[in-house]
Unconditional design. Structure first.
Length: 392
């Protein structure tokens, strides 16, 4: 039986770095890498050979089932693609827009859930509205209620803020939206694998996700959940071979009844097999144990950072309102200088954020250790003691 402690042994040593960048790109467990290589070698024996093509296609469908199980969805509701942004684009380009429609985003969206909508606004003369993401959840919900009107076509918002790690009140957002017949799309890039995600419980219409962050799956894996009753409602903008149930030579076609209608063309199936292997690992460890491990470590990080004078914690203290991201800043110190110094001296890797000169983001996972945290804290104290990095 695989345990959380086994994960550290499965990972490469990352050249001795304290790796706090899982919310950007994760390291990959050796068994995941081996799975990709195994299926790549198998596929290379002759991709068009029936016994090769059929077998690897079955592996692909097993990955779909594993993803569905992790989200409490049905396999027929899952699109497997390259990342969360592809899923967001499927929704954005599948709505029949009218001039004057509006979309509600949050102030903390990733470029993937921001530039996509900038493009829609420009092409279709759609208005964008931004609800302020704040640690005061009631204030955020009240502001959202005031924004939704009869021209709101969609709410597209991150389940977890990539800036602060705040976990939005997702079920309450869906209730507000659905009371006015507005569908909801959650960007789950920072939540899938970090916190429990049950799409039935959330009652969302769409949920975009990726494998390359907290799941520790390969880059180029992810997808989209489309609730069954929204599959026909959403109009495919890009389709191709494998999207169809039937077609003829005279322009007639019938698309699949499943979310797979949004998949087409040649796929990198060995990477998808690696995605499935990563999910197998978490299933064996137990999702509850994984979430508990991330929660405990995140709480530990927050407590340690709170002991540093003048440091400002931006992430909600209560784990029920946060996730595996811990963001902080030291007034007067710019994040790039702090991060460069931590990387060069303590071999600690975190990340900066656009639109925020001071904020430092630390992403926690079950493979992070007390020694990693000690290096982070001592490095921050060193920088502050030296008085270097002051941006003023």
């Amino acid at each position: 039986m695989t345990s959380i402690s086994d994960i550290r042994d499965m990972l490469p040593d990352m050249d001795g770095y304290a790796y706090f960048q899982t919310s950007g790109f994760s390291p990959k467990p050796i068994p995941v890498i081996d799975e990709i290589i195994h299926w790549l070698r198998f596929q290379s024996r002759g991709p068009a050979l029936p016994f090769v093509g059929d077998k690897i296609q079955k592996v692909f469908e097993k990955t779909r089932s594993r993803v569905a199980g992790a989200l409490n969805a049905s396999p027929e509701e899952i699109v497997l693609g390259e990342n969360a942004t592809v899923g967001i684009n499927i929704v954005a380009n599948g709505i029949e827009w009218k001039e004057g429609d509006n979309v509600i985003l949050s102030s903390h969206e990733h470029p993937g859930n921001r530039l996509t909508w900038y493009n829609i606004a420009d092409r279709h003369h759609v208005k964008l509205r931004f609800v302020k993401m704040t640690n005061d959840r009631n204030r955020m919900l009240n502001e959202l209620r005031q924004m939704v009107d009869d021209r709101t076509r969609l709410i597209s918002i991150s389940h977890v803020s990539r800036r602060t790690g705040m976990r939005v009140p997702a079920a309450a957002i869906c209730e507000i939206a659905h009371n006015q017949d507005v569908p909801v799309l959650f960007d789950g890039a920072q939540s899938f694998g970090a916190i429990p995600v049950d799409v039935r419980e959330l009652d969302c219409d769409f949920y975009a996700f990726c494998g390359h962050k907290y799941i520790l799956a390969p880059q180029g894996t992810g997808g989209l959940y489309i609730r069954q009753d929204r599959i026909e409602w959403l109009k495919p903008s890009w389709i191709g071979s494998h999207s169809q149930k039937t077609f003829d030579q005279d322009g007639n076609m019938m698309l699949l009844d499943e979310a797979k209608r949004f998949e087409f063309g040649t796929r990198n199936l060995p990477d998808q097999a690696g995605f499935g292997k990563a999910l197998d690992i978490w299933n064996e460890i137990g999702w509850k144990n994984v979430f508990q491990g991330i929660a405990q470590y995140s709480d530990h990080v927050k407590k340690a950072l709170q002991q540093i004078p003048d440091l400002v914690l931006e992430t909600p203290l209560a784990y029920e309102e946060s996730s595996g991201i811990v963001t902080f800043h030291v007034p007067g110190y710019d994040s790039i200088t702090v991060l460069d110094s931590l990387r060069d001296h303590e071999k600690v890797l975190g990340s900066s954020l656009e639109f925020s000169q001071e904020s430092v983001r630390i992403s926690t996972h079950v493979f992070n250790t007390d020694e990693h945290l000690a290096r982070l804290v001592s490095g921050i104290r060193r920088i502050m003691g030296e008085g270097k990095g002051n941006s003023k």
